[in-house]
Design a protein around this ligand. Structure first.
Ligand code: ADP
Length: 498
């Protein structure tokens, strides 16, 4: 490994000042968000700052950011792009890579308004990651120079590659996998088009079965790998969940750590949440009933306090087990339940849910769309949250729902297994209802167990309270990242020549 640039005589950055970490990601709430990645990139840096680190975030300057960021003066140029400096609402400094020919367009971060991937995504995130890597090397035009490049998901994947093979005095790098299923795969000629250093398009490099994989590049070249829960860190080393990268991940298992995400408890706290009709907490639960009625009315359901209200919020995809929910919905309604779903995703699943709502007017309701405020209302108003994910690297909604006194019925996979304490049959100990098989029948049996507990108010209250008491704050996770950064920098210093 190349030596660390900041090595001093016996006093590296770990000793004489805060470690500087550059987060490199394609999303950050509230500016740009399609999923949990944005929440993590928004919430983890302030938690790391509270733990004594100096953290900044590097993002593409999408056109949609312009009205959000306020004044963002250019502070440098890198690879022909401007680097603008802005502040996130949390106070964290953001470097925005302003390449208007790549990011100055309407539409989403990865897709156009019709949901088609931008045809130049390789160029877009190729340049983005390369520019961010430059900022973490001797070629940086900035005075603030990071001790560690921390990339997130495939969009940042080429960063570690450039740091290891094409830049002078690179910072060591960390790659975090938020979802291994998204890999950033491109045709082989992309390697040349992006002018990647010679030799990197190889099995021992960034090649994945004849294609260029941005994620594999990150996982191959980064010094340390993390993912967002200990269970997922294990699962992705197996063929079932390894998405073809299990061999590499197994080989690198000693460099791979699972650190569970926290939740932003300034945003997700039923005691202070401005987005819900009535605030409540563990000792004053009355507000929850008000929120339930509000959801029932908003979704045109019978406003009956006694009917168990189930909810689901998220991407409507195979991953999230939406088809399993559709499979059990008739039984759920027959059992007296109500169901509301909020999400966007695969057309077939959206249509299936619409048909379901049509068939069960007054008991099932579906809102296709992305609506942050409604997500809060639903977490607050529902009795039971459904999350039958086929895989779930960490998952945030199961944590939000426990926090909001809405016990989840969820599949015991990835971060769900690490953050929900399963209630045993006939028991009231635990914070949710877990099942193993990804089948409608297994989901249904778990729902039945939840309904049994729901009909025993003292038991239900105990399960709600157990979930509401759990600590999902970022502080514990931040402490683990901090330890990992310090180890990485110390190892770099130890390897550096005197
Ligand atoms: P993933 O990152 O796989 O999509 P997570 O559970 O980790 O799943 O995070 C999803 C985040 O996005 C949560 O904050 C969730 O509330 C939010 N979310 C997903 N879909 C919607 C939607 N349609 N409306 C509002 N919020 C949504």
């Amino acid at each position: 490994m190349t030596t660390h640039p900041r090595k001093g005589a016996g006093a590296g950055p770990a000793n004489d000042r805060s470690l500087r970490i550059l987060f490199v990601a394609s999303e950050c709430a509230p500016w740009v968000k399609t999923g949990g990645l944005a929440d993590v990139v928004a919430a983890l840096p302030p938690a790391l700052v509270a733990a004594g680190l100096d953290v900044r975030v590097c993002l593409p300057f999408y056109r949609s950011l312009r009205p959000e960021v306020g004044e963002a003066p250019p502070v440098a140029t890198v690879l022909g792009a401007l680097v603008r400096k802005a502040r996130l609402p949390s106070g964290i400094i953001a470097y925005l890579i302003d390449a208007p020919w790549l990011f100055g367009r309407d539409g989403g971060p990865y897709q156009d308004a019709e949901g088609r991937d931008w045809p130049d995504n390789a160029q877009r995130f190729g340049l983005f990651a390369h520019a961010a890597a430059v900022l973490a090397s001797d070629e940086t035009p900035l005075l603030w120079r990071p001790d560690i490049f921390h990339g997130h998901d495939w969009q940042a994947g080429l960063g570690p590659l450039w740091l290891k093979t094409g830049l002078p005095k690179p910072a060591p790098s960390v790659m975090t996998i938020h979802n291994l299923a998204f890999q950033g795969l491109f045709p082989p000629e992309t390697a040349e088009a992006l002018r990647l250093p010679p030799g990197v398009f190889a099995v021992e490099g960034a090649e994945f079965y004849g294609r260029l994989s941005f994620l594999k590049a990150g996982l191959h070249y980064a010094d340390v790998l993390t993912t967002v829960s200990p269970t997922y860190a294990q699962e992705i080393q197996g063929e079932g969940q390894g998405c073809g990268l299990h061999g590499l991940l197994t080989r690198r298992r000693n460099d791979l750590t699972g650190i569970v995400n926290g939740i932003d408890d300034r945003v997700w706290d039923p005691a202070t949440d401005p987005l819900i009709p009535a605030r409540y907490d563990r000792d004053r639960l009355a507000g929850k009933a008000v929120n339930k009625e509000a959801v029932q009315r908003r979704f045109d359901l019978a406003a009956d306090p006694g009917r168990p209200l189930f909810t689901m919020v998220g991407r409507l995809t195979w991953q999230k087990g939406v088809d399993l929910v559709a499979e059990v919905a008739d039984r759920l309604v027959r059992a007296g339940g109500q169901l509301v779903v909020l999400g966007t995703g695969e057309r077939g699943l959206e249509d299936g849910l619409r048909a379901l709502a049509h068939r069960h007017r007054g008991a099932v309701s579906v809102r296709i769309g992305f609506d942050e405020a409604l997500a809060h209302e639903m977490e607050a108003g529902a009795d039971i949250f459904l999350m039958p994910s086929r895989f779930e690297p960490c998952g945030l909604n199961q944590m939000y729902s426990q926090r909001y006194g809405t016990p989840p019925v969820a599949r015991a996979t990835g971060g769900i297994a690490d953050t929900v304490d399963g209630v045993g049959p006939g028991d009231c100990e635990g914070s949710g209802f877990l099942f193993d098989e990804a089948t409608g029948q297994a989901l249904w049996e778990s729902i039945e167990r939840a309904l049994g507990a729901y009909r025993a108010p003292a038991c239900w209250r105990r399960i709600m309270e157990t979930g509401m008491r759990k600590d999902f704050s970022w502080a514990a996770s931040a402490a683990r990242y901090r330890a990992l950064y310090h180890t990485l920098v110390r190892e770099g210093e130890a390897r550096a020549p005197a």
